[in-house]
Structures are given as C-alpha cells and as structure tokens.
Design a protein around this ligand. Structure first.
Ligand SMILES: [Zn+2]
Length: 473
C-alpha cells in the first residue's frame, strides 16, 4: 500500500506521519492530545465591551483610517451591492465605511529598496502620480507626514533601546503590522532623550512615502475589530465570524491585491499570501487582516511541490485528496472545493483544495471562488475565534509550466514545539488526524444548522470521487 510509508497508526495509538510534499516527520502521541488545548479556556472571564469605543481599539480600526498607509482600494457595501473605491484621498476616507481596505504594510518584509537595489526596479509613473495626488491636499500631506514620522520614531525607538518609544506605544500594540500614529508630527520629536530628528521637508515626506505606493507588501484589513454583536473582548471578529458574503469579498480583495502586485513589479515571481490570527500565530494585531508579500522566487516549499508535479502531474490527487479519502480524513466538500485533515504537519492542519481546472486564484470564476471561500470560511468557523491559527495560500506560480491546484492550509497554533524536535527532526503534533476531524465535524453540523456557514456537505454527505481535483486537465 503506497500510503503506508506516510501514515501509520501504531498499536498504542501513536500516529507516525510523513508529509508527502514536505518530507516532514511528525508523530501524534495520544496522551499529548489530552493536554488542555487552549490556555485561554481557563483564563478569567473576558472583559465586557460596554462603554468601549470599538472603532478605536487598534490602528486598523475604522476610526483610525489615517494611522495606516494610504489606501490602494476599499470595498464599500450598499445594501447587497459591493463597490470598490480606488485610491481615495485622505479627506474622503470617513465619507464611507470600508468593509475591507488594502494598503501597504509600513514595515515591509521585502522592501522597495530591495527591488531597487537588487533589480533596478523603477516605480511606475502611475504609482508615483497617485502618491502626488494624495499629497496634493493638506489632509493628504498631513496623513503621509504622520505615518512617515511614526515609522521613523518607531525605528529610532527600536535602535535606541526603547527610550524614544513614545509614539510606538501610542497605538496600543505598535508592532510590525503597519500602523502609524497619525497624530501629526507631535510624536516624533520632543521626547527630550537626545533622539534628535531634523524636520522633514515635504519632499522628504514624498520620497519616504514611495514604498506605500510602489512597494509589494500589502495588507487587507477587515472593518471590525470585534463582532458587531459581540459583548466581550472574547468576541474578536475572526474569519469564521464574517458572513459568507463578507468572506467572499475578503478573498476577492486579497486576490485583487495579489494581481496588482504582480502587475506592478515585473521581477515578482510569487506572492506569498497568509493570515496570522492572534499573537500565538505571530500576529501583531488581533484585528483581522491578511498579508501579501511579493517575492523574487518561489521559495523552497513551492519549488519542491513543483518538482513533484513534474514527475507526477496527478500528485495532488494522489498524495492529498485521494490519500485523505482512503483514510476517511475528508470532512467537507462542495461543488468547487474539498476539505480534509492534512498529514505530517507540525500543527493540526486543515487543507482546503480548489477542485477547479484553474490553478491560480485569479483565474477562478466567481462561482468557483465562492465555493473555495465558503469552505475556508466554514473551516475557520469550526475552528473558533479563540484558536490562534495561520492561513497559508499555495497556487501555481505565475511562471510555472506545471499546474498546482490552489489550496489553503489552516494551521492551529495550539502548542509550543518541544525541545525534542530540534535534535530529532521529528515533530510532535498534539492531535491525531482523526481527533482533529472528529473535533471539526460536529461543529460544522451545528454551524450549518444555525445558518452561519453555507454551501457545505459534511462528513458522510461528501461525494469523494477519486481524483476530485481537476487542475491537471
Ligand atoms: Zn482594530
């Protein structure tokens, strides 16, 4: 049996796994699964939201639009219709409520300078024209100045052992998430600790604002910090607490940002798309957002998967969907997507695959996108907002000649790696695949019954035909 090399249940219940795509060796040891899954569950009662201004919790909140980089676009809802507004000017920001906003991460992982110095990348005249248009109003220039000076002060405070950190903490959790204090220029100077900055001229501000228009690290940020009906601080708005329609537009906005990054910079070969939910998963903000980072290579993981596909074009059916089906790990499906528990991951991992012939997210039809979105949404809802998790996207690179199906992994960050793993390269996952499946399935039924999730067949209802992924056609 070809799968036995990758998945073995020992007589004592230990599940030994090797991920067919990464080669990672993982054990799930039964007693470890009994450990408490979430420390928060035993924590004190979450604080009430009564009297709290929910629009000003963090720099991503809807009352603080001017504390982040200028918007590239936003989605606004009017009744059931969704409209995109591109490059609004600063004094237009508060005229509408943005359901989702796209703007640059102030603290880029791959910087504009990286592209300029390593590739001779030149920002396009169109992007620079948008920057100048924004700066042409007083509100716009003040906005840019606030953000640039916040960033400068934050950097200085870091380099200076936190001494100059007055503005960095202004936003509550000033960290690499891309926030700015937006409080004019009052924050950067005058903290009297020797951190002297000369006053920046408007030309300086324009030059320092270039990455916010021409850079390739973007954020998609949701409207609300807490669920609109939430009553306590436990009611954070997670992916699973969006409505299906909101989640669809969240995906749509993310894909549009992806396409624009590719169009903006011809040296980009892959755009990494991910979502870190809560601190335990690496998030600086507990306000829902996705990140997109343009890269000049595919990265080791995608390269390895593409190599596998060259040898076996059906690898993702064979070693993902069919494999999961043979071990009853498929737990949800609809016409356009299928979800199952992943094998050989360091963290309990849900995998959602598009069944489409279209191997890239932006090639999906609206119906296909809705199908994938609905299943990802259902998996997040079944996970619950209290669990830290990473969402990672994988798809065919723009320059790949083989097709890899678009798939999304949701990894539950519910444990800290044990020291054992460094020495052995064997990773301990606290849940067996079956345990993870059995935790999700009853939740999915309940969520569907209450109408929170849609368009999902659950457990035995799934069709599970062989080779359900059509990417190779
Ligand atoms: Zn917020």
């Amino acid at each position: 049996m070809k799968y036995s090399a990758f998945y073995n249940i020992m007589p004592d219940g230990t599940v030994k796994q090797i991920n067919p795509f990464t080669g990672n060796e993982v054990w799930a040891v039964p007693e470890r699964a009994a450990k408490p899954i979430q420390n928060a569950a035993t924590a004190a009662e979450p604080a009430s939201l009564e009297g709290i201004d929910r629009a000003h919790i963090c720099a991503f909140c809807s009352g603080r639009y001017l504390e982040t980089a200028p918007e590239k676009f936003r989605y606004v809802r009017e009744g059931n219709a969704w409209h995109r507004h591109d490059y609004l000017l600063a004094d237009q920001y508060f005229a509408t409520a943005a359901e989702f906003r796209c703007f640059a991460n102030l603290f880029e992982i791959v910087t504009l300078d990286y592209w300029k110095q390593n590739y001779g990348y030149i920002p396009s005249p169109t992007d620079l024209e948008k920057l100048h248009r924004h700066a042409a109003t007083d509100a716009g220039m003040q906005h840019l100045r606030g953000v640039v000076e916040y960033k400068r002060a934050f950097r200085a405070s870091r380099n200076n052992g936190q001494k100059g950190g007055a503005t960095a903490s202004k936003s509550g959790n000033g960290n690499a998430g891309g926030n700015g204090s937006g409080n004019g220029n009052g924050g950067a100077n005058g903290n009297g600790n020797g951190q002297e900055h000369r006053e920046l001229s408007n030309d300086d501000i324009l030059a320092l604002s270039e990455p916010m228009y021409a850079g390739c690290h973007e954020l998609i940020v949701a409207r609300n910090h807490y669920h609109p009906n939430g009553t306590t601080q436990a009611d954070l708005l997670s992916s699973g607490r969006l409505t299906p329609s909101e989640h669809y537009h969240y995906f749509k906005a993310t894909i549009e940002s992806l396409e624009r990054i590719v169009a903006r910079n011809r040296y980009v070969r892959y755009v990494s798309v991910f979502q870190n939910w809560l601190k335990g998963a690496g998030a600086s903000f507990d306000h829902l957002h996705k990140q997109l980072v343009g890269l000049d290579e595919w990265g080791a993981s995608i390269t390895r998967q593409v190599t596998m596909l060259k040898k076996d074009p059906n690898a993702f059916n064979e070693y993902a969907a069919n494999f999961a089906a043979m071990f009853n790990l498929v737990f949800a499906e609809n016409e356009h997507a299928i979800a199952f528990v992943g094998i050989g991951h360091r963290f309990p991992t849900i995998e959602i695959f598009s069944k489409s012939r279209h191997a890239r997210p932006w090639e999906h039809t609206p119906e296909e996108l809705q199908g994938v979105s609905d299943l990802v949404h259902a998996c997040h809802a079944a996970t619950g907002a209290e669990i830290s998790c990473n969402e990672e996207w994988y798809y065919s690179p723009i320059d790949a000649v083989v097709k890899m199906p678009w798939h999304v992994l949701i990894k539950w960050r519910i444990h800290v790696q044990a020291g054992f793993e460094g020495g052995t390269s064997i990773f301990l996952n606290p849940m067996t695949p079956i345990e993870l499946r059995d935790r999700i399935v009853p939740r999915l039924y309940a969520l569907r019954d209450e109408g929170t999730v849609q368009n999902v067949l659950i457990a035995e209802e799934c069709n599970i035909a062989p080779n359900p992924l059509n990417y190779y056609l």
